[in-house]
Design a protein around this ligand. Sequence first.
Ligand SMILES: Nc1ncnc2c1ncn2[C@@H]1O[C@H](COP(=O)(O)OP(=O)(O)OP(=O)(O)O)[C@@H](O)[C@H]1O
Length: 345
Amino acid sequence: MTGPILTVEGLKAYYQICQFGQHLEVRAVDDISLQIERGEVYGIAGESSSGKTSLIKVLAAATRPPLRVVGGSARYDFGGKGIDPTTASEAEIRAIRWRHLSYIMQGSMSVLNPVRRIERTFRDFAQRPLGLSGAAYRDRIEEHLDHLRLPKSVLRAYPHELSGGMRQRVTIGLATVCRPDFMIADEPTTALDVVVQKDVLSLLRTVQQDMGASIIFVTHDMSVHANMADRIGIIYAGRLVEEGPTRTLFTRSRHPYTAHLVASLPVIGDTRPRPALEGRPPSLANPPRGCRFHPRCPLAIERCAREVPPLEAVGQRHRSACWRAEDVRPLLIPGETGQTAMVQA
Ligand SMILES: Nc1ncnc2c1ncn2[C@@H]1O[C@H](COP(=O)(O)OP(=O)(O)OP(=O)(O)O)[C@@H](O)[C@H]1O
């Protein structure tokens, strides 16, 4: 199979709400275009309220009012089976859910029913898409658990009887049991402590590589991206402002906002003060004209307040939306600070 598995073009999704008798549009996803390759882990980063979850809700075909897709398109190519999650019918989505497209959500308890044993949840998720029953079905599930280094006994457990890390491993098990082509993961490890987080991430990476699946992976934690993602897209105020291979983004970012995110990472032994970013992210109901980052940008010039910078190539598979992309310098020098140690080859 050739070509990207997901192509997003000019996607716009707004929350259309009525507040104090006034009609408001919160432009959570505003003109986003990107492509994800087969077998690729694509990380989405950005601070709170930048639109990450809204974007992946649209991509997961989970758009519900007041969020509405108001422009653009998204298209998955599952080996000849093309589907647009913004326009597909319920029946079309049901046909691809779990088998082709699966979803690992924030906090395992949102998928695990507290009053059902894990085996029942597996049955609800997997039996129909796998088309297996009896011993063949049981063998497949047990083999899968074994692969995830989960004991068979979890099947008899209720969610509350498992630790947070174990529950998240079960969630990954559910999301991968039908060997999907594409997985969407929204902050899958945020609620876990660092040691368990590492274990869950390495499990997710192993399963993804074994299956050759693609993942779009959302977290605000840049150090998780450093260890997980092949490529990263940086979102600021509803827009994709930079995108590139992980190492490139960490060492040669071409957007001042990315440079700030990278410089904010703690580095052992480096006691230099972290450069602070002035101001707050804008309201997406009334974003500033021009580049949305310009009111906080240390490099802003008059043009930035007037014209929206397009997302343009600045290197190999590297795009930036900044009028001053050429002038962006890393705020901390990788190597000197040990920062590159976080980025795996
Ligand atoms: N139901 C809603 N109605 C109105 N606005 C909403 C709604 N849900 C989210 N928003 C707004 O949409 C914008 C994007 O929110 P979103 O949750 O997508 O951001 P995020 O980057 O995922 O944030 P976080 O990291 O905190 O989850 C924010 O301004 C948020 O306030």
